[in-house]
Design a protein around this ligand. Structure first.
Ligand code: HEC
Length: 210
């Protein structure tokens, strides 16, 4: 009995010898990170970078709003089309010169085919700046009414636009008028707002031609 129990440790050891021999040696220290995991990290980092670069959203918090405030970022507004602005301003003229620009026989002269409209732009600007009165021959007919001046009603840009509009509507075809020309004529006539007659207008046009 006693001998049997005495050799118990030996027997236990020999019983496990085989298992101990076949078990892997325990390792010390750290294991290298698996390459597959590194590749995965690299892939997701690269994908994230690519995604951000591809969808930068203007680097702005506004970009994906439901109603983006694009006006704040879209630069200066598009310049107004002078023909559109001119048509708007022209509503101040239709009462006399009519929508079709033909005027009213014997009272209001036509703008269609008028040398005053399609000719010298400086003279046209002067007419609108001071108004005109008295006998005036337009397309062979003499008119003798008065047109008020428009200098205080419209800005340079608006007068330039209505001039461009009447010069290029109803078959009229003449160069557009810049607001710089209107500004120049306005400055020239700053101290002279006397309504033109055919004679004073002719003198102004000749006297200081361009
Ligand atoms: C209240 C009526 C009236 C209005 C409004 C009016 N005009 Fe006139 N316009 C006249 C009259 C009348 C004459 C001719 C004046 C004369 O007999 O000396 C004239 C002459 C002219 C002329 C030179 C003659 C010709 O027919 O080419 C031009 C150009 C002209 N107007 C453009 C305009 C423009 C552009 C507007 C609008 C901004 C305008 N007028 C608004 C009454 C008007």
């Amino acid at each position: 009995m006693s001998s049997h129990s005495d050799d118990l440790p030996d027997r236990v050891l020999s019983m496990h010898e085989q298992a101990v021999r076949e078990m892997e040696e325990p390792k010390d220290g750290s294991t290298a990170t698996p390459v597959a995991f590194l590749l995965m990290c690299f892939f997701f980092t690269a994908w994230g970078g690519y995604y951000i670069a591809d969808n930068p959203g203007n680097w702005s918090g506004q970009e994906y709003n439901e109603r983006p405030a694009h006006t704040a970022f879209s630069g200066p507004p598009a310049p107004t089309d002078p023909m559109l602005l001119g048509k708007e301003v022209f509503s101040a003229c239709t009462q006399c010169h009519q929508l079709d620009g033909k005027g009213v026989a014997g009272t209001y002269p036509p703008l269609v085919g008028s040398e005053y409209v399609t000719g010298d732009e400086r003279r046209l600007a002067a007419i609108l700046m001071n108004g005109i009165n008295g006998p005036l021959v337009v397309n062979g007919n003499t008119y003798s009414s008065e047109m008020p001046n428009w200098r205080s009603y419209f800005k340079d840009e608006e007068l330039a636009a209505v001039m461009t509009y009447v010069r290029n509507t109803w078959g009229n075809n003449a160069a557009p008028v810049s607001k710089e020309i209107v500004a120049k004529v306005r400055a020239e006539l700053a101290a002279n707002s006397t309504t033109w007659t055919a004679e004073t207008l002719a003198a102004f046009t000749k006297g200081e031609s361009k």
